[in-house]
Design a protein around this ligand. Structure first.
Ligand SMILES: [Fe+2]
Ligand SMILES: [Fe+2]
Length: 231
C-alpha cells in the first residue's frame, strides 16, 4: 500500500542541511545514493531527489483530490475529482515501485520534495483560507484553480520524465522508468486538459449567467445553481 505521509514512524529518511536535523539512521547522503544506484553518466543523487519530489507532488495530489471531492457541491466535478484522485494514488504506487526497483527508498524525502510539499500545502490551504467568507460559487472556482495549478506541475513533471528516459543508459532502470511514463503520461494529458477546459467553461458560464438578480436570494439558491452547472 502506498505511503501518503512519510514520517519518522514510517521510516522516512532525508538529506540533512544546515537547517534540517536528522537522526543518524535517517541520514541519506549523495555518496550513499551513488553507491546504491549504479547508472553511468547519470547524476544519481539528483535523479533520486527528483523522483522523491515527483512522489511528494503525487502524494499531495491525493490529499488535494480527497479534499475537493469531499467539498464540491457539483456532481460532475465530484466524479472527476474522485476519478483523477484514484489515478493519482496509482501514480504514487508507480513512483514508489520505480524508486524501489532502482535500489532507492520510497520513504526518502529529498530537500526538493520538502519544497514541493511546502508549495502544495499552500495550494490546498488556498481552498480553505477564505472558507466561510466565500460564496459557494467562488469556493468551487478556487478548488478548480487549485486542481489546475497542481495538474500543471504534475503534467510538466511527467513530460520532462518522458524526455529524460530517452537519455538514460540502456538497462533495467531505463526500462522501468519507460514503463512508468507509458502508464502515466496519457492520464496526465487528460488531467491537465480537463482542468484547463473545465476552468474555462466555468469562467464563461459564470460570466454569461445572470446570477439571481432578485433580492432575497438565499444560500440554498446558490447551492442549487452550483449543482446544475454542466448539466
Ligand atoms: Fe499524477
Ligand atoms: Fe495528474
Amino acid at each position: 500500500m502506498a505511503t501518503l505521509i512519510p514520517t519518522r514512524e514510517t521510516g522516512a529518511t532525508t538529506k540533512p542541511t544546515e537547517h534540517i536535523y536528522a537522526v543518524a539512521d535517517a541520514i541519506v547522503t549523495a555518496e550513499l545514493q551513488s553507491e546504491q544506484i549504479a547508472l553511468d553518466g547519470v547524476n544519481v543523487p539528483f535523479l533520486a531527489d527528483l523522483l522523491s519530489a515527483m512522489l511528494a507532488h503525487e502524494r499531495c495530489g491525493v490529499h488535494l483530490y480527497r479534499s475537493v471531492a469531499g467539498r464540491t457541491g457539483n456532481a460532475v466535478l465530484k466524479r472527476k475529482y474522485e476519478e483523477f484522485g484514484a489515478e493519482t494514488l496509482r501514480h504514487v504506487e508507480i513512483l514508489e515501485e520505480l524508486v524501489t526497483s532502482m535500489g532507492g527508498s520510497p520513504s526518502y524525502v529529498s530537500p526538493m520534495a520538502r519544497a514541493v510539499e511546502g508549495a502544495d500545502a499552500r495550494i490546498l490551504e488556498s481552498t480553505f483560507m477564505l472558507a466561510g467568507s466565500l460564496d459557494v460559487m467562488t469556493a468551487e472556482t478556487t478548488m478548480l484553480d487549485a486542481v489546475f495549478l497542481a495538474e500543471s506541475v504534475d503534467h510538466a513533471n511527467w513530460s520532462t520524465m518522458g524526455e529524460l528516459v530517452s537519455e538514460l543508459p540502456d538497462g533495467a532502470m531505463r526500462d522501468a522508468a519507460q514503463r512508468a511514463v507509458d502508464e502515466v503520461e496519457e492520464q496526465e494529458d487528460e488531467h491537465l486538459s480537463w482542468a484547463r477546459d473545465t476552468r474555462a467553461k466555468l469562467v464563461k458560464l459564470r460570466a454569461t449567467t445572470e446570477v439571481l438578480p432578485k433580492v432575497g436570494a438565499t444560500a440554498e439558491d446558490l447551492i442549487a445553481q452550483v449543482k446544475s452547472w454542466f448539466d
